[in-house]
Each structure stands twice: as structure tokens, then as C-alpha cells.
Design a protein around this ligand. Sequence first.
Ligand code: FPP
Length: 238
Amino acid sequence: MKDYASLIDRERVPRHVAIIMDGNGRWAKKRSLPRVEGHRRGAQVIESLMDAAIELGIGVVSLYAFSTENWSRPKDEIAGIWRLLEIFFEANIEKIRGKGVLLRHSGSMRHLPASTRRIIEDSVGQTRGNGVITLNFCLNYGGRQELLDAVNGWAASRRPGDRITGRALERHLYTAGLPDVDLLIRTSGEHRISNFLLWQVAYAEMIFTRVLWPDFKPRHLYRMIYEYQQRDRRFGGL
Ligand code: FPP
């Protein structure tokens, strides 16, 4: 593979990259391993991904770790994901903080096990004040739910005669204050948005790869950022 890292224009890297980390289950199945082992290997990819994103100067990385639809999975797989998240934050929070990563959480924390919620809230708190890069963990996240929550949040503070605007809605999104998504990546060969950041991807470039998430390497990210820079983004203009 070409050395894409050296071909990237460092002045034009996407500000916000969102990733649908898909294919953990298939990765595990191919090796006759339990699905949760695929998730464990998938979680291990995040460190090198973040190092590459920091090196490139990307401002925000959003990761789709658990959707509002994932509750329909077997109970033991769901419990395995919560446990992995706890282990991930316990094992990595020092490093994450040390690298200057600002952690955020998007999605509803309700219904998460209390121990998982505590660890995530504590981890987010520990990175307050950091600003090298924002890592936005989307957990129990659904784009439609986010929009409904935002509209309800807006309505609760609405004064008579107020009409909702895009700006006002954005202030009530889980991602308030973050820029729109510039690049949406989905691994594993699926070509769907799956209810991810519906408002924020309005003008995102999309790149799909057949690589399964546990096999995703920094070189794949570099190639995608290079491909993103070859696109002509017109935002509806000419
Ligand atoms: C999609 O693969 C992946 C998920 C639903 C979960 C993503 C979770 C992780 C990467 C690990 C959790 C993160 C941390 C930090 C602990 P899939 O299970 O839908 O794969 P398949 O389509 O091949 O079945």
C-alpha cells in the first residue's frame, strides 16, 4: 500500500471523523471465537486509531459503540460490551488523559448498568480541560432519539412565539458545540448510516471499506483521509 500518510495535506484534514465500527461479530465468527472476543479486539483498535488521529490533527472522533437498536442482541453479548467498556476506561484513562484527549459521551446513560455509567462519567470528568482532540463515545445512541430529545429540550425552554431554528436545535443535541461530521467511515462492507448522527452527517463525505473493525489499522485511516481530500465538497453549491 502507498505511504498515504506522507501524501496528506495537513492543512485540510477533516475536523470531525465519525466511525461505525462494524464487523466485530464476523471477525470472531471467522475464527470460531465468541462474538464478544470480536468486540474485545475491536476495543483494542481504538488506541492506535486515536494516536493516528492526534498525529493528523483531527479535532473530533465520534465512535458508534452501542446503538439504541443494539438492545435486541443476546443479553450475554450486551453484558460483555458493558464489561469491555468498563475495562477499556479503567485500563486506559491515564493514557487518554495524558495524551490530552477530551472525552465526551453521546446518548442516553439511562438503562446502562450503574457501574458502567459511573466509570464513564468519572472518565469524562477526568479529562475535563483537555483539548488536543475530542473523543465522542456514542453509547446507547440513536440519531432519531437524539433529535427527539433535542426538540423536547428546546420545547421545555421555549417562550411563546418562539420557532425552532437549526442553531437552536443544535444547542440541544448531544453533540452541542461539536462541528458537523466531515467524514463518515463504516467498516465491514455495509453501506448504511444505521441511525448514526443523522443531523450531523448532512454534508459528510462517506467512505466504506470491507475491512472488519478489529483489522482496522492506522494505515487504513491515512488512506481514507487522503481519499477524502480528493473529493470535491460543494455543500449544495457549484
Ligand atoms: C458492530 O459489530 C459493533 C458493535 C455493535 C459494538 C462496537 C463495540 C466495540 C468496538 C467494542 C466496545 C468498545 C469499547 C471501547 C469497549 P457487529 O457486532 O455488528 O459485527 P457483525 O456485523 O459482524 O455481527
